[in-house]
Design a protein around this ligand. Structure first.
Ligand code: BT5
Length: 274
């Protein structure tokens, strides 16, 4: 007999009102990483909008070699994009995805989600979702981008490794209700399609929404990465999605990658560096 809460392709397709994203969808019981799977499919020619979902991942990936704990009961999925945009704009796909996740959580579950640059979604100062973007490019041309999204949904926090448990939350925890994962997945894919369209036509509109959800700008931060660490004030975001840090001498330094830790107590304990 089927497990009651298993995602089925026919159910998802029935609930999905999109034109591109998820029209080709692969739902797996288990894979090492939906991102790795989708990157392989993209290299083999799978079309834009192809989605790979897994009930659990044995090697869920975070950024910079970190891991994403992937017990059953959450959502783990990756989407193939083939945008006709300059390479330097590729990081904006992560921001676009974060806007879609945060706005779905707000619109459907009335959960106040905030985005921590570049790829974390927080609720009640705890991490509920992380995004991982991977890309294949040649010279200045993007071949494909895979956007992977993990969201903690119906698990109990005990299902997460001890070191993550205190800094993580789940949708069931935040809403007090067991979540229909099929509906959540459909809503997310529809919102992703909406924001992907907006992003392609009007980056500024997407960035305005990102700013409305963000928790990073306006804070003093420590930036780590590229073998250095420094402090500054996060004052804005540029049109390539780089975080603008104002240094002590007043100079603005754009950050394309790295770990940002917020100071002034906000999440500084519960929030591991991204
Ligand atoms: C991320 O990395 O947050 C990106 C996570 C992307 C996961 C999705 S799932 C579908 C797709 N397939 C993949 O293989 N990956 C993507 P980062 O910013 O590096 O954060 C990783 C850190 O988050 C870890 O070092 C832990 O501290 C914490 N963490 C790990 N699992 C977590 C979880 N389930 N909930 C909350 N925090 C977690």
């Amino acid at each position: 007999m089927d497990e009651p809460d298993i995602l089925r392709k026919s159910d998802v397709l029935q609930g999905l009102k999109t034109e591109v994203i998820g029209r080709e969808i692969h739902i797996l019981r288990v894979t090492s990483s939906t991102n790795t799977h989708a990157m392989e499919m993209a290299s083999d020619g799978s079309p834009e909008g192809t989605v790979v979902v897994a009930e659990t991942q044995t090697g869920g990936k975070g950024r910079l070699g970190r891991t994403w704990a992937s017990p059953k009961g959450n959502l783990y999925f990756s989407i193939i994009f083939r945008p006709n945009i300059p390479l330097r704009k590729a990081p904006l796909i992560t921001l676009m995805g974060a806007v879609a996740v945060a706005s779905t959580l707000k619109a459907v579950y009335n959960v106040q989600a905030t985005i921590k640059w570049p790829n974390d979604i927080f609720v009640s100062s705890k991490k509920i979702s992380g995004l991982l973007t991977e890309m294949s490019a040649e010279q200045d041309r993007i071949k494909h981008i895979v956007l992977g999204i993990g969201i903690n949904v119906n698990i109990t926090l005990n299902a997460l490794p001890a070191e993550v448990r205190t800094s993580a939350t789940t949708l069931v925890e935040e809403t007090g209700q067991k979540i229909n994962r099929k509906m959540l997945l459909c809503q997310l894919l529809m919102e992703l399609e909406r924001w992907y369209r907006i992003f392609l036509g009007d980056v500024d509109c997407m960035l305005r929404e990102w700013k409305a959800f963000n928790m990073t700008i306006g804070n003093r931060v420590t930036v780590q990465g590229m073998g250095e660490s420094f402090e500054g004030d996060a004052v804005g975001i540029d049109t390539e999605g780089r975080l603008l840090i104002k240094l002590a001498d007043g100079i603005l330094r754009p950050i394309a990658a790295g770990d940002v830790t917020l100071q002034r107590g906000q999440n500084s304990k519960s929030n591991p560096p991204i």
